[in-house]
Design a protein around this ligand. Structure first.
Ligand SMILES: Nc1nc2c(ncn2[C@@H]2O[C@H](COP(=O)(O)OP(=O)(O)OP(=O)(O)O)[C@@H](O)[C@H]2O)c(=O)[nH]1
Length: 927
């Protein structure tokens, strides 16, 4: 190895020239480059910088030293101008005459002024120097950090390089071995092995950074002399620099790197003798990838030298530093421009889109996307991010996050509770409950003196109806008529929750029935009192006392039996004791002290809702407090709207609805679900906000339920097709919401372990094409309750083979779907007995095994049928009959009384005296 020093005279630094007394560009650094040469023509150049020790000495402190300023040529010249001689007596003027006292004083003053200026300059110079030292220290720290990062990368790269090299070496050796073995086997010419041997070490030399020439086996001709291979003259033999240094990017050395890459020559398949000595061409990819750009700097970078053809990857620390720099620069720019940073309070809901978040921060969308990207979140402007991520972004961008829950929009929706003074008496709300056909509608009809029952399809009540009646005494009572059919359980429960008391109708001729008990439970759950109306007392031979006794079993103790529950014997059709029943209701209302504040925005509950062809969405609302007025803006569940019109139970338009009055309201945006809370809000914006929030929540809930319950529709179909799951899918369309709920509830109870009923969709309105599409996709049937399909939907259903079933009575829906469920049950495998055979003898037959010689004692035995081997009445084997013969012929079956030979598939343990039972399995439809 040899070093050459090349002084770089062109390098200069900004420096202080003490001698000059002013700042100027001067040489403070002796810079140069040291060229290191290694064997095989490898060399590298190292930049060497020698910082001169700066000697800044205050000239004023040195006695007799010439002041910097004084060194400049003076117009007059002469010793008198020298600072040293300034104060000297005998100083002469230009003409040789001695200076006057005044001149001497002036000179003295000028010189002192000059010294003061020099001192100041020096002080400034010292400060600058200190500043430079400080910045140099900072720079050094930065460099150290970079160096550390680079070293880490270098270590990783080295490891990778080593691994790759080892792999190449192993592959090469294996190849050599293979070739040698081949050569020997073929008896190649004598020169060939030699060439092969010669190639091996050459390759070894190329691949290993270890000394090449010294390691070569004796007798092997080296490829090139060390000097020719690029090693400098005089370099110790065998001294080879590590491979990584071979790629120092110094101009003019590039062409010398060629010979140290013998890989191309060595790897030539079937290399002819002498191939190893051929000078291989340099690998363009390896050289070209890195060198040109690095060459321009002329500096050696070890990390870059090692990295080879791989792209250099910036370290995380480097990225972080760059980001910090950018941030500082931005801050600086902002400060320079005199802008005030605006810190905003950013309201963050549970989820927010990136664009919306940017808007709330008054920032550009791109900035937010960039911030997210830095945090490792890839998001577009339209994408939704969660509150936690949004909070981080807001903090990162220097604003103040404020987390809010989405449900906060509902805060303060219900007004403050009313004071005692504001409360005024209100009519009681009574729900009529009872078993089917016990006379609920008839009773209500009698009370209202109208005939509703006559118009009902199938004779049962289909909808919840709500009516208010006025008594001759002037009092009012509101009735909610819940249907008695089991399907309406859900509606009944809802009725009980808005009611003040329950009139339990029990037919005297029928007594307490299942739905009577259910009604009692609902009343108890709603914590409302009961009044028992024992109906149909006009019927001959009825025993109302039996009803009283039966009610005792359910802990309903009527007054006549010493309890607290009022009971009235009535006849709806004969209008017997109706006044007594009303009296009992009013008494109960008095006990309950029912009051409400009519002077406040209205609140109530949706009793029923439907989509009316001419009027749009119509909701029956029971006002519970406040007064509902025409023109009010209401939110009812997920829907909202301005009350366009209000109708009472007799269809009369009204302007105001006080507490306890049921009214139909028009003007809603959609059909709210029955049982939803209906409330008046101050403005449309609020109404819309609440409605949107509730709709979103409902959608999420539905999606969650669908996901949790079943997976995707495709998965469901796949499972059905694979026979893993069977279900009857149903799409329900009905005229009113209550019917939809009732049908859904009924269908939910159907199904069994094997077949499930699944309601895909339930809604109010006509059957549309989308309903048919949905049914088609899920192989569902459409249940149409009091609605019809559009012409297009009908046509589509016909074309696609989708079944639409029309109903007007609820229990018929239940019955039909139940049949459908049964029709879809998996067929049952049933065993059919065929016959018995007695084993008389057992033969050993070659290639067959044991064959039983039998006589059929009952029925018939058939080949391929199932068999059981019974020994002493116990089944010892169950399997299949493999052979059935009569004499030497295979037969299909053998009848009773005949002898035959039988053998079992994979079973041999047959003994004389055993009985063979023969049976078949058949598939039958489920009962
Ligand atoms: N004799 C007699 N029959 C009555 C009386 N009340 C009702 N009915 C008859 O009982 C049957 C059922 O009456 P509804 O009023 O429809 O009974 P419901 O409980 O409303 O029935 P659903 O609506 O199906 O729940 C009708 O045929 C009525 O005429 C009564 O007091 N006396």
């Amino acid at each position: 190895m040899s070093d050459h020093n090349e002084q770089d005279s062109g390098r200069s630094r900004l420096s202080l020239r003490p001698g000059g007394g002013r700042l100027e560009l001067g040489k403070t650094v002796d810079a140069g480059s040291v060229r290191q040469s290694f064997s095989h023509g490898r060399s590298k150049v190292v930049q060497v910088e020698v910082l001169k020790k700066r000697a800044v000495t205050p000239s004023a402190g040195r006695p007799g030293a010439a002041a910097p300023g004084a060194a400049a040529p003076r117009p007059g010249g002469g010793a008198a101008a020298r600072p040293g001689g300034a104060g000297r007596p005998g100083a002469a003027a230009p003409g040789g005459r001695p200076l006057t006292q005044a001149e001497l004083a002036t000179r003295q003053r000028v010189l002192e002024e000059q010294r003061r200026l020099e001192a100041q300059r020096e002080r400034e110079a010292r400060e600058r120097q200190a500043l430079m030292v400080r910045s140099a220290a900072e720079e050094a720290a930065r460099k150290a950090e970079e160096e550390r990062c680079r070293a880490e990368e270098e270590a990783a790269r080295k490891a990778e390089e080593e691994r790759r090299r080892a792999e190449e070496e192993a592959a090469r050796k294996a190849e050599e071995e293979r070739r040698r073995a081949e050569g020997e086997a073929k008896g190649a010419p004598a020169a060939a092995p030699e060439a092969a041997v010669a190639r091996a070490p050459a390759a070894d030399t190329a691949a290993r950074p270890a000394p090449g020439a010294a390691a070569r086996p004796a007798g092997i001709v080296p490829r090139r002399p060390a000097a020719a291979a690029g090693a400098p003259a005089g370099a110790p033999p065998g001294e080879v620099a590590p491979r990584l240094t071979l790629r120092a990017r110094v101009p003019g050395e590039e062409e010398e790197e060629g010979p140290r890459r013998p890989a191309g020559g060595i790897r030539r398949p079937g290399g002819a003798p002498g191939a190893a000595t051929r000078r291989p061409a340099p690998t363009p990819a390896r050289k070209g990838a890195l060198l040109p750009e690095r060459r321009s700097t002329g500096r050696i970078d070890v990390a870059a030298a090692v990295e080879g053809e791989d792209e250099r990857i910036r370290s995380i620390a480097s990225l972080r530093r760059q980001r910090e720099r950018e941030r500082r620069q931005q801050e600086l720019a902002r400060l320079r421009s005199g802008q005030e940073r605006v810190v905003r309070e950013v309201v963050i809901p549970e989820t927010i889109t990136v664009q919306e978040l940017a808007n709330r921060m008054a920032a550009r969308g791109g900035e937010v996307v960039k911030t997210l990207f830095r945090m490792g979140v890839m998001a577009t402007l339209t994408q939704t991010i969660d509150a936690d991520t949004a909070e981080l972004v807001v903090t990162e961008m220097g604003h103040r996050p404020k987390r809010v829950a989405e449900s906060d929009v509902e805060l303060g929706l219900e007004g403050a509770p009313d004071t005692e003074a504001e409360l005024q008496p209100r009519p009681p709300v009574v729900t009529i409950m009872g078993h089917v056909d016990h006379g609920k509608t008839s009773l209500l009809d009698a009370l209202r003196q109208t005939d509703v029952a006559a118009h009902e399809a199938g004779g049962i009540t289909q909808h919840i109806g709500a009516y208010q009646i006025e008594l001759p005494s002037g009092g009012k009572v509101t009735f909610i008529d819940t249907p008695g059919h089991e399907a309406f359980t859900a509606m009944r429960a809802r009725g009980a929750s808005v009611t003040d008391m329950v009139v339990l109708v029990v037919a005297a001729d029928d007594g307490v029935m299942p739905q009577t008990v259910e009604a009692i439970r609902h009343a108890r759950a709603a914590n409302v009192p009961l009044i028992v109306a024992i109906n149909k007392i006009d019927k001959p031979g009825v025993r109302p006392d039996r009803v009283r006794q039966e009610l005792l079993q359910h802990e309903v103790v009527v007054e006549s039996l010493g309890g607290e529950t009022q009971e009235v014997e009535v006849s709806a059709t004969q209008r017997i004791n109706l006044d007594k029943l009303l009296e009992a209701i009013l008494l109960q209302a008095e006990i309950l002290d029912l009051r409400a504040n009519p002077n406040r925005p209205a609140e109530g509950t949706v009793i029923e809702s439907k989509l009316d062809r001419g009027r749009g969405p119509v909701a029956t609302v029971l006002v519970q407090r406040g007064t509902l007025r025409q023109g009010d803006i209401v939110v009812a569940g997920t829907e909202w709207g301005r009350v366009r019109a209000m109708l009472d139970d007799r269809g009369r338009q009204i302007k105001e609805a006080p507490p306890s009055l049921p009214v139909e309201i028009l003007g809603l945006s959609g059909v709210p679900a029955a049982g939803e809370h209906c409330i008046v809000v101050p403005d449309e914006a609020r109404a819309r906000e609440i409605s949107e929030y509730r709709q979103r929540r409902a959608r999420e809930k539905a999606a969650l339920a669908a996901g949790a319950g079943r997976g995707t529709l495709n998965e469901m179909l796949a499972r059905i097709q694979a026979g893993e799951q069977k279900e009857v899918a149903v799409v329900v369309k009905a005229d009113v919401q209550g019917s939809v709920e009732a049908i859904v509830a009924t269908l939910g109870k159907l199904g069994n372990e094997e077949v499930k009923v699944r309601v895909l969709h339930g809604a109010v309105g006509q059957i549309t094409e989308s309903d048919v599409q949905l049914a088609k996709a899920s192989n569902a049937v459409i249940v149409a309750f009091n609605v019809r399909a559009t012409a297009q939907a009908r046509e589509l259903a016909q074309r696609e083979g989708v079944e639409i079933r029309y109903y007007s009575i609820i229990y018929e829906v239940a019955d039909d779907i139940e049949k459908l469920v049964k029709g879809r049950l998996a067929p049952v495998q049933r065993e059919k007995f065929l016959g018995y055979a007695q084993v008389l003898q057992v033969f050993d037959v070659k290639k067959v095994g044991k064959v039983a010689g039998c006589r059929v004692t009952e029925g018939v035995v058939r080949r391929g049928a199932g068999v059981r081997l019974l020994r002493d009445g116990v089944v010892i084997h169950q399997g299949e009959l493999s052979t059935l013969r009569r004499f030497k012929d295979d037969v299909r079956e053998v009848q009773n009384g005949y002898e035959c030979g039988m053998s079992f598939a994979n079973y041999d343990d047959i003994k004389v005296g055993d009985v063979i039972e023969c049976y078949e399995t058949e598939t039958v439809a489920a009962a």
